[in-house]
Design a protein around this ligand. Structure first.
Ligand code: DC
Length: 238
């Protein structure tokens, strides 16, 4: 009997384009393991903040950060759900802490560090090897899994992204009192750092399918993605 090919869905794109929302919905529909690779970079950033490894500009002290890397364990607790696992930093649930304004402001700089990337990419490949999986991030289709079954590249207009992020921050963080303009400025700054860094910059893979979801509902986006995946996967099984 022919073995079923492992399904790896890579979703890349700019900040706040709804990548995780789509990835979670796909994980639920198709019963896949969901890996939020951004959450992993956020967990390392949280560790760096907690251990004073960043200067006042948010630049990591690369030497200190790299020395501390073996002491940073980032993993996922899948005991409750594979479709929405809980991110752990050295065994502790940091699901909420990694969404703070401080982590938002510093994560792109930490994610630009090559040794941090090397460590997390290795961990992502290990996780992705075990089962059918959907991962979202910036370099999943280009670096982590260049041979992913399906690659999606999400985009949306900066104003819509800022509005979505602002609403999310208001809902999840009661102490948040920033403005939508500040949120947009942070998004654009992160876009700039993510697309211009030397190591694994955010680019659309040549074989990725772009979805602009500015005018799509979540259901519409899910339907479109499922159609793309179905077509691609059935072609591969032939
Ligand atoms: O998806 P997110 O906003 O949670 O990602 C947080 C940051 O981590 C983002 O600024 C870019 C970085 N990141 C990355 O460099 N590579 C990934 N695969 C995922 C995220």
């Amino acid at each position: 009997m022919e073995e079923t090919k492992q399904l790896i869905i890579a979703i890349d794109g700019y900040s706040s384009c709804g990548k995780s929302t789509l990835a979670k919905a796909l994980a639920k529909s198709l019963n896949l393991l969901f890996i939020d690779t951004g959450a992993m970079y956020r967990a390392v950033t949280l560790f760096a903040l907690q251990n004073n490894l960043l200067d006042s500009e948010g630049q990591p002290d690369s030497k200190k950060l790299e020395q501390m890397l073996p002491a940073i364990d980032v993993s996922f607790d899948i005991s409750q759900s594979i479709q929405n696992p809980v991110i752990l930093l050295n065994g502790e649930n940091v699901q909420n802490e990694i969404r703070s304004v401080e982590v938002n402001a510093n994560v792109s700089k930490v994610a630009a560090n090559s040794l941090v990337r090397k460590k997390l990419v290795e961990a992502q490949r290990k996780l992705g090897r075990t089962t059918h999986v959907v991962l979202d991030g910036r370099d999943v289709g280009t670096v982590v899994f260049p041979d992913a079954t399906v690659k999606l590249f999400l985009t949306a207009s900066p104003d819509i992204r800022a509005q979505r992020r602002y609403t999310e921050l208001k809902q999840t963080n009661p102490s948040f009192n920033g403005t939508i303009e500040e949120v947009k400025a942070n998004l654009l700054e992160r876009d700039h750092i993510d697309t211009t860094r030397a190591d694994s910059p955010l680019v659309k893979a040549a074989d990725a399918i772009e979805i602009d979801n500015s005018d799509l509902t979540m259901e519409g986006q899910l339907e479109l993605a499922l159609q793309i995946i179905k077509n691609k996967y059935s072609q591969l099984q032939k």
